[in-house]
Each structure stands twice: as C-alpha cells, then as structure tokens.
Design a protein around this ligand. Structure first.
Ligand code: HEM
Length: 486
C-alpha cells in the first residue's frame, strides 16, 4: 500500500438516496445492478448503508486489486460467509485466510494442465450429447439446459464414469434444488430458516442426499485409491508436505467439503456464463454467423474434441466478452481483519468491503461503449489484470478458471455447430440478481443447421464414460486471453 494517509472512513462519500433506518435497502432490493452502476461515477470508494450497518464499495480497479492481493487483511468472513458455510462447509472458497494456503496447495493438483486435457475430452463429449438431444424448432429453457450440461460434465470430471445413471439423475435434481434455494436461504434470517416449510424440507432432503452420495463415493475411492484421472482422485491423493504430519492429507470431512465446493461452485457459474453467451449470440446475428463460420471451418464435419481448442479464437473472445458483461460473481465481499489503510483512508477492523466486477467491467472510462457486446475488443488486446476480473485475483483467484473457460468454449462450439439461435419475443431479457448474475428464465428458439458428427445422443448420456482420454494439446491455449497469476 503506497498511500500515506490518515483520512477516516467519514471522508468516503455516502451513496445518494439513503433513507433513515433503511439506508439503501430499497434501491438494492429493487434493482441492485442499476444501483451499483449508478455509483460508477465515484472514482475510488463509496459507502452503502443497509439498515444500521454500512459497507464500503470499492469502485477503483487498482484499489480492488489491492484488496484481492492482501487477503490476510481483507479476508473472507462475516455473516454472508457464515451462511454459505452452512451449505458447503469450510471448503476452499469459503475458508478464512488461516486455513486457505494449506487447502489451496492440496486442491491445486486437481486442476493441473495435464488433468485438464482429460477433462476437456469429457466437456466435448458432454456438450455434443446435450446439443444433440434438442429438437428442431424447440424453445429451450437455456439456463436449465446449460445446468444439465455442466452438471453432467462436472460429475464425470469429478467422479469419472463410476456412477450409476440413477445416481447421476438424482444428483442433478438435488443440485438444482440446492442451488435454487441457496440465495433465498442466504437472505433469510436464521430463525426463519429453521421453519419447516415444504421448501425447506425439500432442500434438507436434497442437501442430505447429495452429501450422502458424495460420502459414499469418497468411501469407495478410499477403498480403491488407484488414479481414476478425475478430480476426486487428485484430491484423495494430494499431499501437502508443508503441513504438519497429521494435516498433510485432506480428511474425509474436508474431502466432502471440497467436492461439494467444486461441484456447486463450478457448475452453476459456468452454466450461467454459457446461457448468457448464447443469449448474446442470439441477439447479435452477425457475431453468431461469424462464429458458425469459425466452427464449420475448425470442425470440418468431424466430432468436437480438445484438439480444436487452439483454433477456436472467436469462441474464446465471445466467452471473454460474455464474462465482462455478465460476470456471474457480480459482487464479492471482504472483512477487514485489522485496522488498515486503503486508498488513503484508515479502515477499521471489522468493516465490510464490497468488490464488484460488474461495476468495474462497465465503467465507461475503462471500456469504450461498455454496454456493447463486442468480442472484437479482445482481438489484439489481452484483458488487464485490474480491470478484467471475472475470476477475482490474487491467492483467492478462481481455481477453476481454466476448467470453466475450456468447458465454456467447447460447449459454445458444440451448440453453434448444430443450431441457429434466435430470441423468443421482442422484450429485452434482464438478469435476475441472485448469489450469481442469474440467467434464470432465459428462453431461446433453436433451428437446425446441419449435423456435424455421428449421432451421439443417448450414447454416453446415461452411462458416462471414464475420463481416460490420452493427453491432447493444452486446452484453451491461445483461445481466451485471460491473464493468469499465482
Ligand atoms: C465461469 C465460471 C466461473 C466463474 C465466473 C468463477 C468465479 C470465481 C470468482 C470471482 C472467485 C473468487 C471469489 C472471491 O475472491 O471472493 C472464484 C473462486 C473459486 N472458484 Fe470459481 N468461477 C467459475 C468456475 C469455477 C469452477 C469450474 C470451479 C471448480 C470446478 C470453481 C471453483 C472455485 C473455487 C474452489 C474458488 C475459491 C478459490 C480460493 O479461494 O482459493 N470455479 N471463482
């Protein structure tokens, strides 16, 4: 931190429109995205009030990066994290700084590039199976379809092909129930969360069944520890030599938390990204046509595979631009663990900071015509680490970024290869603000283009094949210009 400072938090302007007692609760509930964007004119920081508590929204990309990079002082914590932990435990994405480094070292091998090559083969197959299961002229519930695709791909990459079809189907249904209840539960006070409504009972059953399934899979894998080339094998086999002897491996409970974290965290974000990408293509026929041309040239009538990734240039830029416009993690929070300086202001320990990729990605001083979908803005420009942050930054940066980008590029290609996408009706579609920037309710009409491969529908859908593909060329190389740190 370079600023020499002693200004107090009172020097940070309060966002306009605060009401006595309620603060900014009304605009935040009514239209949180419009409210957040209305604050983009504040160059550095602005205070937001929610009832008696207040938080500092960091608007400046350099300060946002400072917060990301100093994760000891600006840690994960506070009431929002307490509630997320009720669902996914103390896994990698929710644990505080003091637990993080060991967990990250233990989880990182699961996402090693050598493993990603095998995962990419699964993504390609799952994408083709999903795209081949649709009918000409159908109106798709796009978010639901993309959730099915990413759940199928995630289950297979995590647990390889050992799961019976009925278990996969049940896990899909339970995941949907848990994910759709997640945001509501986060926003409901503790006392009300315990009221046994039918929705709560459904949620409890789904959550318990999902945990039991994961526990069974872990027990089976402990009994047969050969490397199945999937995420779970990597987690079970991970050893952290920097930890004390009794903490060098993940315990069963930790394994279950990590598995649930990867499963729930990874699948919804990628599905939403894909749904938004399809929406943007449907509403920008010129880009769709160019992407179809790229897809046809690259696939040349053959089945999609990881070897095509380096040539899927426009698909990579479409995903990059989609994540700029609709970053699923539209805002994140941090707790200040001890008095600290940020941007010339002394923040008290215990304060809450809000970071918003959505706000930064749409600042007109950072992006020309920020609301315009323009994949070509990335043609010769690599995204900047401070102003393009769909995966966060620093030590807590998304561990699944390459996993997600690879999956999204392959899935997009599989869909566009077969189908022409068109909007339904002429009303603009708007995001629903949940824990993520949700595309819930998005519908698109599809019409057939041509068949690009042998009929794959139904072949591996019910009985996923194991992830045992031999290593292919590095996935995503040169396709999505996201910069990496670590
Ligand atoms: C497009 C898809 C995705 C997006 C936009 C996304 C976004 C993010 C963001 C913004 C963070 C940082 C959160 C923070 O700093 O508060 C994060 C962390 C994380 N993500 Fe993702 N993610 C995606 C896909 C995935 C996938 C596929 C997985 C796993 C299979 C995954 C697992 C995680 C985990 C475990 C963390 C916590 C990392 C840590 O704290 O060390 N994510 N993600």
């Amino acid at each position: 931190m370079t600023d020499t400072t002693t200004a107090t938090v009172a020097s940070i302007p309060v966002a306009p429109g605060a009401l006595p007692l309620l603060g900014h609760a009304l605009p935040l509930l009514r239209d949180p995205l419009a409210f957040i964007l209305s604050l983009a004119e504040h160059p550095r920081m602005v205070r937001i009030r929610l009832g008696p508590s207040s938080a500092v929204l960091v608007c400046d990309p350099a300060l946002t990066r400072q917060v990301f990079l100093n994760d000891r002082t600006f840690d994960k914590g506070g009431p929002i994290y307490d509630r997320i932990r009720e669902v996914i435990g103390d896994g990698l994405s929710t644990c505080p700084y003091r637990l993080h480094r060991r967990q990250r070292r233990l989880c990182q091998p699961s996402f090693h590039p050598a493993r990603l090559r095998g995962y990419a083969a699964v993504f390609a197959r799952a994408s083709e199976v999903t795209a081949a299961s649709w009918r000409d002229g159908e109106v798709l519930d796009v978010t639901r379809e993309m959730m099915m695709l990413t759940t199928r791909a995630t289950m297979e990459t995590m647990f390889s092909g050992a799961l019976p079809a009925q278990t996969v189907r049940q896990a899909l249904a339970d995941t949907n129930t848990v994910v759709s209840a997640f945001f509501r539960r986060m926003m409901t006070p503790a006392l009300l969360r315990r009221v046994p409504t039918p929705k709560k009972r459904r949620y409890d059953r789904a959550r318990a069944r999902l945990s039991a399934t994961i526990a069974e899979i872990i027990a089976a894998r402990r009994a047969d520890p050969t490397d199945h080339a999937d995420l779970l094998s990597a987690l079970v086999g991970a050893v952290d030599v920097e930890s004390r002897d009794d903490e060098q491996r993940l315990s069963d409970a930790e394994l279950a938390d990590q598995a649930l974290t990867f499963f729930l965290g990874g699948m919804e974000t990628t599905a939403i990204t894909l749904a938004w990408a399809l929406h943007l293509l449907a509403t920008h026929p010129d880009v769709q046509r160019r992407l179809q041309a790229e897809t046809d040239a690259v696939l040349a009538g053959g089945p999609l595979g990881p070897e095509h990734l380096p040539a899927l240039d426009l698909a990579g830029r479409v995903v990059t631009e989609t994540l700029r416009l609709y970053p699923p993690a539209w805002m994140m929070t941090r707790t200040v663990t001890q008095d600290a300086d940020l941007g010339g202001v002394r923040l008290r320990g215990g304060s809450t900071l809000v970071l918003s990729p959505y706000l930064i990605h749409r600042r007109p001083d950072l992006y020309a015509e920020p609301d315009r979908f323009d994949p070509d803005r990335w043609r010769d420009v690599a995204p900047d680490r401070a102003t393009y942050i769909p995966f966060g930054a620093g030590a807590r940066k998304c561990i699944g970024d390459q996993f997600a980008l690879t999956e999204a590029i392959l899935a997009l290609t599989a869909v566009v290869a077969r189908w022409q996408l068109a909007p339904v009706g002429d009303q603009p579609f708007r995001p629903t603000v949940e824990t993520s920037l949700s595309s819930r309710g998005l519908r698109l009409r599809i019409s057939g283009r041509r068949r690009v491969a042998a009929d794959v529908a139904g072949s591996s859908a019910a009985a996923p094949r194991p992830v045992s593909a031999p290593p292919s060329p590095p996935p995503g190389a040169g396709t999505c210009p996201v910069q990496h740190e670590e």
